[in-house]
Design a protein around this ligand. Structure first.
Ligand SMILES: Cc1cc2nc3c(=O)[nH]c(=O)nc-3n(C[C@H](O)[C@H](O)[C@H](O)COP(=O)(O)OP(=O)(O)OC[C@H]3O[C@@H](n4cnc5c(N)ncnc54)[C@H](O)[C@@H]3O)c2cc1C
Length: 458
């Protein structure tokens, strides 16, 4: 019997897609997502359990919205792709408990549309919101622009339903804030990129929607970041919602790409400078604006901030963000470049950028380094744009990660995960005993190595 013949009676033949139907599907952000040529769409955890039990040892690749940026959804012939698109029901929104119970295939935009009329929202928001699924976001421990305020996805997950490699269903969906009844198993699956278990349902913590948001674009000397950040945090407290950074070359390229005239903010005449977008929440427009202004004015007066524009209207706010969104275009598939997502301590961010730019200029011709990121949580997105001859990726990786290794406590992946793309870097830059412990975990949860084979660990 073929795999398709085994799967058809379990989920319905119309939910088993072969190469012909898959050729009409969009592979998403990973060109090899659909290479397996066989995709199954289980309706729920019971269906998925039956699929896994009927195909022992066969490799399975979980796919949500296929917006992952590290080739975590790549598949190969002989494997089964598991799509969660039928698990797209919002089962419950419980304002009293502050939790939503949702199928893994619910998209972030779908959940947001259901929460908005209730004045609620999810804590994590990312640019891929229209396509990315809650199951995918849990499995990658997604971050985004509100990590400063709400943490990464892990901080929002109260419970999970997970199907293990052998088809056992684990009901860990308890929506309680406090549950120390034994090991907190759900934590193992969060951020495990489909290699330890398949997430079918999520109990997600909800937050009140902010009533008003104030936004400012600032120009500062990057060396002032370590002074600026704690002062901003103290001044705004919980109202601090986002702190994004764009280095000047990237800022100009973004504005150009988006066809937006850059706002009249100078990042400083003496140095390379840094543009920052700061957002503060408030109970109304006036309160948000004055909280942000009060936080910024003393730092403008003493020269920590060199220049600033406080958005006075929705359209000014949109203009600031439109430039930042150009960075997503630079990082997209249409522009030739190698892209990275690294983490460093705040004080190390600009020294790393400077050292990297110098090394790249010394070792390669025609590569420009464009940098933006979630500066408030130490996350840089680097795009190494290839304008001429394309050097092999491993040679560029060696420079990017080699310079990074000189900064204590840095990480080769901040929020995108490892997938296939960063596997070699993970091997090279994490200590042997840490890697060995990761392998112990993988062997315990997936002894046959059938869950997303080859991803994260080789
Ligand atoms: C424009 C754009 C902006 C982005 N911005 C951000 C950002 O700000 N922050 C950020 O962190 N990421 C960002 N990303 C990356 C991406 O959107 C996130 O990683 C997202 O969480 C992936 O969700 P997905 O449903 O598309 O998962 P997929 O891409 O389908 O899968 C990602 C990984 O999770 C596994 N997986 C998927 N669903 C499940 C499941 N139910 N059970 C087990 N494993 C599963 C897959 O096997 C794969 O390894 C961005 C991507 C794009 C294209």
């Amino acid at each position: 019997m073929t795999l398709a013949e085994i799967l058809g009676p379990l989920v319905g033949a119309e939910h088993v897609l072969g190469p012909e139907k898959l050729s009409l599907r969009n592979p998403g952000w990973c060109a090899h997502s659909l290479d397996a040529g066989l995709l199954v769409r289980p309706a729920d955890a019971a269906d998925l359990s039956a699929v896994l039990k009927a195909t022992p040892g066969v490799p399975v690749v979980a796919q949500g919205g296929v917006t992952g940026l590290v080739e975590g959804t790549a598949s190969a012939p002989g494997e089964i792709i598991v799509s969660f698109e039928r698990m797209n029901r919002i089962e419950q929104i419980d304002p009293a408990q502050g939790v939503a119970l949702v199928g893994a295939g619910v998209t972030l935009a779908q959940l947001d549309a259901a929460l908005e009329p209730r004045g609620l929202m999810a804590g994590v928001d990312i640019g891929a919101r229209d396509s990315c699924t809650i199951g995918g976001m849990v499995s990658t421990n997604a971050g985004g622009i509100r990590v400063l305020r709400y943490g990464m996805m892990r901080a929002s997950v109260l419970g999970l339903e997970v199907v293990r490699a052998d088809g056992t269903v684990l009901d860990l969906t308890s929506p309680l804030m406090k549950n120390n009844a034994g090991y907190d198993l759900k934590q193992v699956f969060i951020g495990s990129e489909g290699t330890l278990g398949l997430v079918t349902k999520v109990a997600l913590r909800l937050f009140p929607r902010p009533k008003a948001i104030a936004t400012a674009l600032l120009g500062i000397d990057p060396q002032a970041l370590s002074d600026f950040m704690p002062r901003l945090r103290l001044a705004l407290g919980d109202a601090l919602a986002a702190l994004e950074g764009i280095w000047p070359d990237c800022y100009r390229r973004c504005a150009e790409l988006q066809g937006v005239t850059p706002l009249p903010v100078e990042a400083g005449p003496d140095g390379p400078g840094l543009f920052l977008i700061v957002e503060a929440f408030g109970t109304d427009d006036g309160a948000a604006q004055s909280a942000l202004a009060e936080a910024l004015v003393p730092m403008m007066e003493d020269g920590t901030i060199r220049d600033a524009v406080l958005a006075q209207s929705g359209s000014e706010r949109a203009r600031i963000w439109r430039i930042r969104e150009g960075a997503g275009v630079i990082g997209g598939n249409d522009v030739p470049g190698y892209h990275y997502d690294v983490s460093l301590k705040l004080a190390d961010l600009d020294p790393y950028v400077q050292q990297l730019q110098a090394r790249v200029a010394a070792e390669f011709t025609d590569i420009s380094v464009l940098v933006f990121g979630h500066v408030g949580d130490g996350n840089l997105h680097l795009s190494l744009m290839l304008d001429g001859e394309v050097p092999p990726r491993p040679a560029v990786d060696a420079v990017v990660y080699g310079v990074l290794a000189g900064f204590e406590g840095s990480a080769i992946s901040a929020e995108h995960g490892v997938g296939l793309e960063k596997r070699a870097a993970l091997e090279a830059y994490r200590p042997a005993e840490v890697l060995a412990t990761m392998r112990m975990l993988k062997a315990a949860f997936d002894p046959e190595g059938r869950l997303n084979p080859g991803k994260v660990l080789g």
